[in-house]
Design a protein around this ligand. Structure first.
Ligand code: GTP
Ligand code: MG
Length: 418
């Protein structure tokens, strides 16, 4: 653990450091204290001069070896703050901290390359600024040719090329699966909302099989940390006879630095192409946070193909008055759940209701072929009613392409041999 001091700036004195603190803890830093600057933006530090003086004092008094500033710092601002701090203190801005957390969490090859690209892009303007200040010697001592900017750019290009070669198969995979009769459902939402916990509950209660794909490292993990899920995980579930593929995604974060958009891209692709998106919200957050986080989510989901179903999680931690207070934030009524306590039946019903559904009645001669069709219907859709006689009438509902296939199969059922 390295002793860390956080620094934030707010215009009106209502500083919010929870998220920064959790990010720092997720990175494994020991947070020793926070300095809050109140007042307008200051171009030299992006803090206030008074706060930088406080920061300097706090660092010296606690022996902290790292400072994390909540705002994004230009290379010049970073330099100005760094010169006020003891030499051994590492200074990072919020972006650099998010990068560090991503670096620790990236599991798959693609995720690692995306994080590497984000880091190289983050470093490029800083490297330029350092060279302009004639202080490049330290940063560039590994660059023997002495062309650090060109080399850096070459590394960026090489990383982009490797990423392109490993092009993300998410969209293809989802299209294939949708064709194969699966309803694709993605869980999205702010980091720590409870997506992974919910996925595990739904899959555990409903799973016939689990379906693992390349990008994933086994059982999805749940820890009280941000960005616990950096790689998507897909598991199979069955809901009212319908076969679902549930995909977990990395949590959103507000003010996502642009370098990370690519890192989020592959996980967001699964959400964008899913037939249904469960937008998971932590109901125990303060109302204002929920509102802010919903705005972030909406931005990310503007081009989603499917229906978006809001799900308010952690209702074990809220009372009726809190519910009444937050319900008005939603354009469509949310489903209320607790992923850790209580039943998810209402959610399962809501999932099936929200999926595109077709219904048909198949009438086929009573034969062995009919029995095969009946059992196929039970495996792939919801059999709502069945009547046996000389003919068998099966009223069945499910994914439209599955119902079409059932109709095709029904026309091929042959008369029984007399
Ligand atoms: N009290 C309570 N805690 C919950 C509930 N659901 C999840 N949690 C806790 O919330 C924390 C975060 O849950 P995760 O499932 O990892 O959240 P996530 O949305 O997957 O987070 P990221 O992967 O970081 O995006 C864990 O400590 C869970 O145990 C709930 O219904 N009630
Ligand atoms: Mg998760």
């Amino acid at each position: 653990m390295t002793g860390t001091i956080l620094a934030t700036r707010t215009a009106d004195g209502t500083g919010e450091t929870d998220e920064l603190e959790r990010l720092a803890e997720t990175a494994g830093y020991d947070v020793l204290g926070t300095v809050t600057a109140t007042g307008p933006r200051d171009a030299t530090y992006n803090l206030t001069p008074g706060a930088v003086t406080d920061l300097e004092a706090r660092v010296r008094e606690t022996g902290a070896t790292r400072v994390v500033v909540d705002n994004d710092l230009t290379p010049g601002q970073a330099h100005n703050i760094a010169t006020r701090l003891p030499d051994e203190v590492e200074l990072m801005d919020r972006r650099r901290l998010v990068l560090t957390v991503f670096e620790q969490g990236a599991g798959s090859k693609v995720a690692r390359l995306q994080v590497r690209l984000a880091r190289l892009e983050y470093e490029l303007p800083r490297l330029r600024a350092a060279i302009n200040r004639d202080e490049a010697t330290e940063i560039t001592r590994h660059d023997e040719e002495g062309k650090p900017i060109e080399d850096h750019k070459r590394r960026i290009d090489a990383t982009k090329q490797r990423l392109a070669q490993l092009s993300d198969p998410t969209a293809d995979r989802l299209a294939r699966r949708a064709k194969a009769g699966f309803d694709t459902v993605a869980l999205v939402g702010y980091t720590n909302a409870g997506k992974t916990t919910l996925l595990r509950r739904l899959a555990d209660e409903l799973a016939l099989n689990s379906d693992h794909h390349d990008d994933e490292s086994g059982e999805p993990t749940v820890r009280d940390q941000l960005f616990e899920t950096l790689n998507t995980t897909t598991r199979r579930a069955t809901c009212s006879g319908r076969r679902l593929l549930l995909t977990d995604t990395v949590g959103f974060v507000s003010g996502l630095p642009h370098e990370f958009v690519a890192a989020f891209e592959s996980t967001m692709a699964s959400a964008r192409h899913a037939e249904l998106v469960l937008l998971v919200v932590d109901g125990s957050d303060p109302r204002a946070d929920i509102e802010r986080k919903l705005t972030v989510a909406k931005e990310q989901l503007t081009d989603a193909d499917g229906t978006v179903l809001p799900v308010v999680n952690k209702i074990d931690r809220i009372d009726d008055s809190k519910r009444a207070e937050i319900v008005e934030l939603f354009e469509t009524p949310p489903v209320w759940v607790s992923a850790t306590d209580g039943s998810l039946d209402a959610l399962r019903v809501a999932i099936v209701d929200a999926l595109p559904t077709a219904e048909t009645t198949l009438t086929v001669p009573n034969s062995d072929g009919a029995m095969t069709l009946v059992s196929w219907c039970y495996d792939h859709a919801e059999v709502r009613e069945i009547q046996y006689g000389d003919e068998i009438a099966i009223r069945v509902a499910g994914k439209p392409s599955v119902i079409e296939e059932a109709e095709r199969k029904a026309t091929n059922v042959e008369l029984p041999v007399q």
